[in-house]
Write a protein that binds this ligand. Sequence first.
Ligand code: 5GP
Ligand code: ZN
Length: 141
Amino acid sequence: MSTCIFCQIMEGSIPSAKVYEDDYVYAFLDTSQVTPGHTLVIPKKHVPDIMAYDEELAGQVFARLPKISRAILNAFPDAKGINILNNNGELAYQTVFHSHIHLIPRYSEDDGFSLKFVSQADNYSQEEFQNRAEQISKQLK
Ligand code: 5GP
Ligand code: ZN
């Protein structure tokens, strides 16, 4: 038996509230239900985080997000939007190291989910900005 709780969920040894399954992904309600309908989508292949995806796996997982998101919004007509979130690494709030995508339907500003983007736009020069882009793009060559 796997030691990974999400693999155990897929194997059925830990119960889950399944919302969707096919050859590549398994989707089920997150027990925390940050908002009603909060769903996790996981690849059936055990990979720890997004960095471990190849393009094929990424295509399989991400191609399914629109239809599952639509299903959540259709099921909960009070929801006005949906946050799609994927935490990678402990510092980035990842607690389960089988990669998963959170689908969090949004009902109001104080519905239980919040996300803070603190702009640092005043704290760097245009040159630093360009250098940062180059640092990343060099790694993609
Ligand atoms: P993370 O913090 O890694 O991005 O998210 C992990 C999520 O998994 C948490 O939101 C947590 O509520 C959920 N979770 C942890 N254990 C279980 C479980 O046994 N069953 C279900 N359905 N969700 C779980
Ligand atoms: Zn796993």
